[in-house]
Structures are given as C-alpha cells and as structure tokens.
Design a protein around this ligand. Structure first.
Ligand code: AMP
Length: 174
C-alpha cells in the first residue's frame, strides 16, 4: 500500500441522510490527488490477473471510482443507473431497501454477451445494491469477475449477503 492514511480521509457524518446513519463521505479523499490515486491503485490491485474487459460502476459514487479503475485496468466502462436515467431499451432489476423498493437499470446493448465484468461501488453496507447489480449483469449474460468497493461497513453484513462465488474486495473496513 501507499502509506497514505486513506481511512483518515473518509469523513464520518453522523445522522446523514437520516437519523441513525453514519454517512461515509469520500469527499476529502477525492480532493487529495495522491490519496485518490492510492485508492484507485488499491482497488485495482486484486483484479489485474482476472483481466476484466468492462467495469460497471453503480450510480453515483461508483461512477467516480469505477471510471478511474476502468482507465487504470484498460477496460471499457458501463454505468448501472437509478430508474429512468438511461435511454432504452434497458434491463431492470428490483431490490428491497430498509423502507420500500428500488430498481437499477443497465442498457441492453451496453455489454457484449459473455463479457468479463467487474462491479464497482464506493461503499458496501447491507449488500442489497451490489447483489442487485450482480443480478442485472446475469440478466445481461455477462460473466462476473467480482466486485470492488473502497469501503466495507463490516457490521452491516453485506459480505454475508454476497451470494455469488465471485470475489468481493474492499480496501478499507470500518
Ligand atoms: P447497501 O445496498 O446497503 O449495501 O448500500 C450501498 C449503497 O448505498 C452504496 O451505493 C453506497 O453509496 C450507499 N451507502 C449505504 N450506506 C452508506 C453509508 N453509511 N455511507 C455512504 N454511502 C452509503
């Protein structure tokens, strides 16, 4: 690793966006060029041998890390977005939130059949978002190399919900 104290550049914001949530704000890390570079290097390191062809970043902070990783790994990038943002036709995957439901979408022609894909997001919390994104990639006929997050919130059990055989890698654990 770089020796840069990345964890110190993730700000914990209590009660945001709602009471009881400790929001992990990656703003200070992104604003520090050397830290951002080290974070991307740390996220990319486990995947060099897996040789993904595409990175799929999950809206919206997954776009920031995912696009930088795609450049570093020499991959194409495809966004996985919230409903209604992508011009169709799209594949849709629903998933449950603490209160209610949400959906993720991917353009049908974003990936060739059988493409080797790495999923990327900033934070793994309960794991519902990443699991829904993996299901979307299955619908697309992609081959999942694995998933990469900068931050894993260990107490929320997301790793336990990651019910695929593909590896899940994190750089920081809180
Ligand atoms: P989950 O589906 O519960 O694993 O939530 C992961 C998604 O919600 C990611 O896209 C994160 O950006 C966001 N998220 C969840 N919890 C937090 C948190 N405490 N701080 C920052 N982002 C979070």
């Amino acid at each position: 690793m770089s020796g840069i104290p990345l964890a110190a550049l993730v700000r914990a914001v209590p009660d945001f966006p709602k009471p009881g949530i400790v929001f992990r704000d990656v703003g200070p890390l992104l604003a520090d060029a050397a830290a951002f570079e080290a974070a991307i290097a740390g996220m990319c390191a486990p995947w060099r041998r897996a040789a993904p062809e595409y990175v799929c970043g999950i809206e919206s902070r997954g776009f920031i890390f995912g696009a930088a990783m795609a450049r570093a790994l020499g991959c194409g990038f495809a966004p996985i977005r919230k409903p209604g943002k992508l011009p169709g036709p799209v594949l849709v995957q629903g998933y449950s939130l603490e209160y209610g439901e949400d959906r993720l979408e991917l353009q049908k022609d974003a990936l060739p059949l059988g493409a080797r894909v790495l999923l990327v997001d900033d934070v793994l919390a309960t794991g519902g978002t990443l699991l829904a994104a993996a299901a979307l990639l299955e619908q697309a006929g992609a081959r999942l190399c694995g998933a990469s997050v900068l931050i894993e919130l260990s107490a929320l059990g997301g790793r336990g919900r990651w019910a695929t055989s593909a590896p899940l890698e994190s750089v920081l654990r809180f």
